[in-house]
Design a protein around this ligand. Sequence first.
Ligand code: PMV
Length: 308
Amino acid sequence: MNERIGIGKAHGKIILSGEHSVVYFEPAIALPFKELTLTVEITPSEQMTIESAYHRGLLSDAPQELANLQLVIKETLANLQQNQETFHLKIDSLIPFERGMGSSAAVANAIVLAIFDYFNKEVDEQTLFNLVQSAEMIAHGNASGLDGKITISKQPIYFIKNQTPTLLDINLNGYLVVADTGEKGKTAEAVSSLKRRKEESPFEIDQLIKRLGMITKQIKIVLKEGTIRELGHLLNESQQHLEQLGVSNDSLDHLIEIANNHGALGAKLTGGGKGGCMFAVADTQDKVAHLEKALLDAGATQTWVLQL
Ligand code: PMV
């Protein structure tokens, strides 16, 4: 007899431009990181159990870090009117946790897809997004929805909050060298500290947010008809503004400086900041190798390469 099974898949992401300003309705550009796969598998069980890097055992005993998953499971079962159902949920993920690479949204997407699959039901795009957003609001505080969309998109997206994203074609040849500072990103903290600063100094902060939005619009054009050097300049400018907004930190600044001193055409943080990951832009494979070595020598705990 075939065992009943539900499968859901999602992947990691890199925000190229527009983190934080996207919360205030400026555009952002994000790329799927398809090599960083995440799969959820659901099989029958008499109790609700979970197997993940964070926890193995009863779902009700899961640590606070998994509150978002508990919520998305509960809401998805409610949506399917299957509140009493129990199962075993296994998460296999190559996405590093809390590093600004989309782990929380990817896991929420894959869970909803796996539960619907388990009940042989189709989920429409809007229902999927709403369920994922309810979990993201716990993980992030005030989530723009960008991560929810990009962690299941096959193509890069141009995203404005509350609007349908546009799919982007990239006509540039180049690479992103992504490096992990080894420190957890603090997205919720960075989002709320920016909100406070915006209340204290509205004019100054609004100017910076608008400028980040302008840069993202310019990057959209550059991706279509510009050069990799132009992209690098815009990313450097973006990083300066993110620093002024207070969402970078010493370890990110350090790796960004190392990248710029080792042939990067530009470098910036990616995701919520205050830790997590940065990336550098390179135009040749030799430069990629050189940058990876320099970043690892300077303390990065891991690097990845994403071809544009
Ligand atoms: O840290 P991440 O990868 O989840 O990205 C957060 C991006 C923000 O713009 C800071 C917040 C958001 O909800 O868009």
